[in-house]
Design a protein. Structure first.
Length: 126
């Protein structure tokens, strides 16, 4: 199953109604990115509960001579790539981070042109 544009967090929970008429809780499994694969028995109905993560957000926490500090907000365990651009058309990766909590402070990012450099964070699938 492919889930383009979905920001997952945590593990997938699953319940299954079998042909015998029994609803069973299946073992949780980790979601590595926005896709997963699972084999399903015939004559069954399976419900997958996927926890949604957070779309990344950036906030400026400090501006110094030639440097910028940012706070990256997102979901614990998710990978995000910080990118920069001077024209909003071509984006270059600055660094990749896996969040241990729901935010990460990125201190002292070098900036040569503070008024003409843009930053964004995007979710990075595993």
């Amino acid at each position: 199953m492919a889930l383009p544009g979905f920001y997952p967090a945590g593990t997938v929970q699953a319940w299954q109604l079998t042909g015998a008429g029994v609803i069973a809780r299946l073992p949780d499994f980790p979601l590595g990115g926005a896709t997963f694969t699972n084999s399903l028995p015939p004559q069954s109905i399976t419900l997958f509960a996927l926890p949604a993560g957070s779309v990344p957000g950036l906030r400026v926490t400090g501006l110094g001579a030639g440097s910028l500090s940012l706070r990256l907000d997102g979901s614990p365990g998710q990978r995000y790539v910080l990118q920069s651009s001077t024209n909003l058309a071509v984006w270059k990766p600055v660094q990749t981070n896996t969040l241990a909590t729901n935010f990460l402070v990125l201190p002292s990012l070098p900036v040569t042109n503070a008024s003409g450099t843009f930053f964004r964070a995007t979710w990075l699938s595993f």
